[in-house]
Design a protein around this ligand. Structure first.
Ligand code: MTE
Ligand code: MO
Length: 301
């Protein structure tokens, strides 16, 4: 399959002419229908599944390494250096590896993956990522029988990341998944957005995205993926274990201790537009509910 050449494809071109985009990916219409489109179709029965604008996706961000205000990442991440960039995969693997971002972009074919983001703060977006399944990247290593969880580590670079000078979270930012969650095809390694290179404020050069979990699980600017035996403690669990559990599946029936999770505000809508109902697993229940069969999701929040 032909790789997408980001420099040739502007978001305007793609979304003015979807057929062009499909061609540019070198994918037939049928394979697009098989992959990208159902992600959004399954995702939600809310009528409102319109793509969030490029502007909103790239100027309304959470990325505490660059500050806690929504506009800070756009303002302060512009000159962040993303090359050279290496990702280490180690821990419970036969042989640890280091892989550069160039090699990742050459080896794995990124496809359009339209996925919903539901932030734990109560807002949501629909984002046309470019990416591929994390399971493909993990197939580069052989897991040992003790590899039960995956821990993600974002970059630590306080010289470039002004927010890391403040102890709002324990740095580096850490997140984790159970191994079956990490291997699920919807768990995405994100390399781009709207057919373009991933902007720094969205986690360049590489971030994870887990569409059925609250946004904070989807760590940005990943430098390390560690296979571990015990459930890792994420930065948010460490900061406030009562409020942030390990699973953090989107769940309208389990409120955050300080606010309801039953509804959400769609970013880009008029500020007076009504909030919409949040769906279990962010609308991805058909795909992921079986991962949690028999688990009390009030206890394992
Ligand atoms: N390293 C890192 N990753 C992070 C965050 C962060 O502060 N640092 N914020 C998280 C939160 S709370 C959300 S909602 C999403 C936001 O992603 P976006 O800005 O690309 O929409 O990124 C997540 N990943
Ligand atoms: Mo979030």
């Amino acid at each position: 399959m032909k790789k997408i050449n980001y420099s040739e494809v502007t978001p305007e071109k793609i979304y003015n002419n979807r057929r062009f985009f499909i061609k540019s990916l070198g994918l037939g219409v049928s394979s697009i229908a098989m992959t990208a489109l159902p992600l959004i179709n399954n995702a939600n029965s809310n009528e409102d599944n319109e793509l969030t604008s490029y502007k909103d996706i790239t100027t309304y961000n959470n990325y505490y390494e660059f500050g806690t205000a929504k506009g800070d990442p756009y303002k302060y991440a512009q000159n962040f250096k993303t090359n050279p960039w290496n990702i280490t995969i180690d821990g419970e693997v036969e042989k640890p590896i280091q892989i550069s971002i160039e090699e990742i972009l050459e080896t794995f074919v990124s496809e359009e993956r339209i996925q919903r983001l539901r932030c734990v703060e109560g807002w949501s977006m629909v984002i046309p990522w470019m990416g591929f399944s994390l399971s493909q990247l993990l197939s580069k290593v052989t897991l040992t029988s003790k590899a039960k969880f995956v821990e993600f580590e974002s970059v630590y670079d306080p010289e470039q990341m002004r927010g890391q000078k403040y102890p709002v979270l324990q740095w580096p930012y850490r997140e984790g998944l159970r191994i079956d969650e990490a291997m699920h095809p919807l768990t995405t390694v994100v390399t781009g957005l709207y057919g373009k290179k991933l902007p720094n404020q969205n986690g360049a050069p590489l971030r994870i995205f887990i569409p059925w979990k609250y946004g904070f699980k989807s760590a940005k600017a990943i430098v390390k993926i560690k296979l571990v035996e015990k459930m890792p403690t994420s930065s948010w669990m460490r900061a406030s274990p009562r409020e942030y559990g390990f699973y953090s599946n989107v769940n309208p029936d389990v409120d955050h201790p300080r606010w309801s999770q039953a509804t959400e505000r769609i970013i880009g809508n008029d500020i007076f537009a009504p909030r919409v109902k949040t769906l279990m697993f962010n609308g991805y229940g058909d795909d992921v509910a079986s991962l949690y069969t028999g688990m009390d999701l009030k206890k394992y929040f």
